[in-house]
Design a protein around this ligand. Structure first.
Ligand SMILES: CC(C)(COP(=O)(O)OP(=O)(O)OC[C@H]1O[C@@H](n2cnc3c(N)ncnc32)[C@H](O)[C@@H]1OP(=O)(O)O)[C@@H](O)C(=O)NCCC(=O)NCCS
Length: 423
């Protein structure tokens, strides 16, 4: 594998299974997590060694690594093959000399060769990935809800029952996966766990992940016929204050297939004895909780960045998704890293299908209506960041009056994008 941007003496290599320990050692030098062997045994990385694990080598030693997951990523009106970038690390003693940049080039090239027109990631630090053409495509909410916070009533919630138990891979991995898939319901960005290892890891609980809390518990919600309708992966941490117990509850994930199940689950976790508050993260900005809380201020919502998206093959990516309204716009796109995407594209809807408007994306010489970087298109891709808002922020240039509003209506989507777990 050749890579123009690598400094002298370094080379990109695919990392085979036999070098797994070396890959993990390089990663641990950057991530400082002190992963115990036991944690790696109980929750091994869900990576496809030798296929989707790549590193940079110097003097036969791995000094930088990354991997990718293969997702069928939900996008507005469908799914797209997506290369989920993960396990990115450059050893502290080899950083800031272009190794990440070289790995990104390799990642783009290999993803495109596999027929993945889109890449997505969670960013460890928000300033890293914009330069590579990734746009923050989904916002997420974090909340810390006080115990006993009141919720508006939802019909059907009382008919559901809750079971509370210690999370167990054998008994719960399938339930979690089935409910998670059903709950996605076409929400853009809602990656499912498509490998057995990813599914197992979601309910794994090596002691080093507990940080002084209890073993992972699971609350499951069931319909009268016993079928599961939702789950919450929960950890409580003991704490005593002057006035009594102040346990903190942390949710790894709370997922429900409908409003009644969401209401039942939240009612349950907000009413756990000995506790003070419940912290949840990775909620969609339109999550039912934001509507059900009588006093949303008390939950102190925090806005964060969720999934970042990079269009690798712009025309294919834009044609795979559906549009919420008819549109005909010419986009002048800049893309320094993948010049095949640069230039002028006409995006025109042709017909409405059940899932939204189908668009064709073709090269054109016509005057542009909107000028923008591929990063801003990535941000708009899942329907979560509006073209118009990005234009008002000075990131998209509107060259034909009305074009930004038309593109905003078309790129928008009824469900806010979010991914419920960090990959
Ligand atoms: C983030 C990390 C992968 C960067 O690797 P690197 O090899 O030093 O990156 P590069 O040398 O290729 O940097 C490319 C550019 O990005 C910039 N950059 C890199 N990391 C950055 C950061 N954390 N914040 C802001 N800018 C950053 C560099 O300054 C450089 O800019 P320039 O082209 O203008 O000079 C590395 O520092 C690391 O492993 N950090 C800890 C783990 C981590 O955060 N991983 C990311 C997982 S999502």
């Amino acid at each position: 594998m050749g890579c123009m941007s690598l400094p002298e003496g370094y080379r990109i290599v695919v990392v085979p299974d036999e070098r797994r320990d070396e890959f993990l050692a390089a990663d641990q030098l950057t991530w400082a997590q002190g992963l115990e062997p036991e944690a790696l045994t109980e929750a091994p990385p869900a990576l496809e060694w030798g296929v989707r694990t790549v590193g940079v080598e110097k003097d036969d030693q791995l000094v930088a690594v990354h991997g990718s997951y293969s997702f069928a990523a939900p996008v507005p009106g469908g799914t797209v093959p997506c290369s989920g970038l993960t396990w990115v690390g450059v050893r502290p003693d080899h950083r800031r000399r272009g190794l990440l940049s070289a790995m990104i080039d390799a990642h783009f090239e290999r993803s495109l060769q596999r027929g993945e027109p889109v890449s997505a990631l969670f960013a460890a630090e928000a300033a890293i990935y914009g330069r590579f053409g990734y746009g923050c495509a989904a916002d997420e909410l974090g909340v810390e809800v006080p115990r006993g916070a009141a919720l508006r009533p939802v019909a059907g919630s009382d008919e559901l029952t809750v079971r509370f138990d210690t999370a167990d891979r054998t008994r719960h991995a399938d339930l979690v996966d089935a409910v998670h898939r059903a709950a996605g319901g076409g929400r853009p960005g809602w990656m499912t766990r498509d490998s057995a290892q990813q599914r197992a890891n979601q309910v794994a609980d090596p002691p080093t992940w507990r940080h002084g809390g209890e073993p992972l518990r699971i609350a499951t919600v069931h319909a009268p016929d016993g079928s599961p309708r939702g789950y919450a992966l929960v950890r409580r941490k003991e704490k005593w204050g002057d006035a009594g117990p102040e346990y903190a509850v942390t949710l790894r994930e709370l997922v429900a297939v409908d409003a009644a199940a969401a209401h039942r689950l939240w009612s349950f976790v907000l009413d756990l004895d000995l506790t003070k508050s419940v912290a949840a993260s990775h909620l969609a900005v339109d999550d039912p909780l934001t509507h059900l809380l009588v006093d949303r201020r008390a939950a102190v919502p925090k806005l964060g960045d969720n999934v970042w998206v990079r269009l690798l093959d712009l025309a294919t990516a834009l044609q795979v998704r559906r549009y919420a309204a008819p549109v005909d716009v010419t986009l002048e796109v800049t893309d320094t890293r993948l010049p095949a995407n640069a230039g002028r594209w006409r995006l025109a809807t042709t017909a409405a299908s059940g899932d939204g408007w189908v668009a064709q994306v073709t090269r054109t010489d016509a005057p542009a209506d909107l000028a923008l970087d591929v990063r801003e298109l990535g941000a708009a891709y899942l329907g979560g960041r509006s073209i118009g808002a990005q234009a008002r922020a000075g990131l998209v240039r509107e060259l034909r009056p009305g074009a930004a509003a038309a593109a905003t209506a078309a790129f928008g989507w009824p469900l806010a994008p979010v991914c419920s777990w960090v990959f």
